[in-house]
Ligand binder design. Structure first.
Ligand code: C2O
Ligand code: CU
Length: 427
């Protein structure tokens, strides 16, 4: 490996961004053998075609709408998605946020593929290997294209779904300065038939966290970031923080109900009064639920990395600015974090930067071990988008079980564009 992402020179086309690769051109890869990185062969169980369009300087659609179509597949399906770039000038890719896809399907322009130019296409193949709530979005100039609408939901249903559950997605997004839910500025209304429970899959596609306040009923937390929570209990008078890039699945009980959801994170049953934002204490995932087998032995650690998140002034390509840093360095000056397949990797993250950073590691989910030195006492908390606030420290761990080169970055996509990007690489 060269110690830098292939093709990520930052000097082509749309310039000096860690989130932008060249559109077209050839692939510079070759860091890991390609057959390790592609999904299993054979006929897909589900295939989709997604057409990306640009309809204004900062406006994008997928199949004529934003969000793009909600893709629903089943656990274990081999999924194939053909992306066609109809008119996105800077080129486009798709990243499957939270799904541990093979590296070739990860969609990172300049790292795992070139951006697809207008008239081009790219075929993504992966196995939906965990039931849960995920989403897809462009990873070419994502600070521009995601904010402009180039994303959609991906739901992986269990092989044997529970009966009497109404399953709905609510995607929150700040679009053209307005809060939206599933692309609309009006609250979303769901009528839950008598005898059914509602599984509400909330997805935060914004750059910042959203506190979700539930009013009028107790609720249960079923999953975070596409991983089930063990032994949920009813929760009353708590808000849940929906991390930027993150997902939470709530269950609302079986009562005949009208559920209203608005883009700022209200979920209200039967028209209860809207709660003031942030009026309820936050539910702490570290102590939520019942402890259960973790499935990752973190006692023996093969690698340990420290991430110190900070901020400093400097110049990039002659452009002065205040840049977000990891260990005092910003993309592309940060060395790659190297792992070997099978390693148990532990990471200590400390944030002194003055702002919150929703850290997102591609290709792996991470187990949250502790925050500010206080360990988890609840259900194992798996995350792919972790809300690291200023002044906080986290210990996390993951198994290096997915060879390739993977981005690890802040999902405030403006912060990522301003330097908060690292790469994990298998040796
Ligand atoms: Cu959802 Cu690298 O991003
Ligand atoms: Cu950030």
């Amino acid at each position: 490996g060269s110690g830098r992402p292939a093709g990520a020179s930052g000097h082509e086309g749309h310039g000096s961004s860690p989130l932008g690769g060249a559109a077209g051109g050839h692939h510079h890869g070759g860091v890991v053998s390609v057959d390790q990185l592609v999904a299993r062969p054979g006929n897909p169980d589900r295939s989709f075609t997604l057409r990306a369009e640009q309809v204004g300087p900062h406006r994008y659609l997928v199949n004529g709408r934003t969000p793009g179509p909600e893709l629903r597949v089943r656990h274990g399906d081999l999924v194939q998605v053909t992306l066609i770039n109809v008119s996105v000038v800077a080129g486009v890719t798709l990243h499957w946020h939270g799904v541990d896809v093979p590296n070739a399907a990860d969609g990172v322009a300049g790292v795992t593929q070139d951006a697809v130019p207008i008239g081009g296409r790219y075929v993504y193949r992966f196995v939906a290997d965990r039931a849960g709530t995920f989403w897809y979005h462009s990873h070419q100039l994502s600070h521009e294209q995601v904010i402009g609408g180039l994303f959609g939901a991906l739901v992986v249903r269990p092989r044997h779904p529970e009966r009497n559950v109404l399953d709905r997605v609510a995607t929150t997004h700040l679009y053209q300065g307005r809060r939206t839910i599933n692309g609309r500025t009006q609250p979303m209304k769901i009528t839950v038939p008598a005898g059914q429970r509602l599984r509400l899959r909330l997805i935060n596609t914004d750059n910042g966290p959203v506190p979700v306040q539930v009013g009028g009923t107790p609720f249960r937390l079923l999953a975070t970031d596409g991983s089930d929570i063990v032994g949920p209990t009813d929760v009353i008078d708590r808000s849940v923080t929906l991390t930027a890039g993150g997902r939470i699945d709530l269950e609302l009980p079986a009562t005949p109900a009208t559920v209203g959801i608005s883009g700022v994170g209200w979920v209200e049953i039967n028209g209860g009064a809207e709660l003031p934002r942030g009026s309820r204490p936050e539910l702490d995932l570290l102590s939520y639920g019942r402890h259960a087998e973790v499935g990752l032995a973190t006692a023996a650690v093969d690698r340990h990395f420290d991430y110190d998140l900070g901020r400093r002034p400097g110049f990039v390509d002659g452009r002065p600015g205040l840049w977000w840093t990891i260990n005092g360095k910003m993309w592309p000056h940060l060395p790659m974090f190297m792992v070997s397949e099978g390693d148990v990797v532990r990471m200590s993250i400390v944030n002194h930067s003055g702002d919150v950073h929703p850290m997102h590691l591609h290709g792996h989910r991470v187990l949250v071990l502790s925050r500010n030195g206080i360990g988890s006492t609840g259900s194992p908390w798996w995350a792919d988008s972790l809300n690291v606030r200023d002044g906080e420290s986290y210990e996390i761990a993951f198994r290096a079980d997915n060879p390739g080169i993977w981005m690890d970055h802040c999902h405030n996509l403006k912060h990522a564009a301003d330097g908060l990007v690292a790469h994990l690489m298998y040796e």
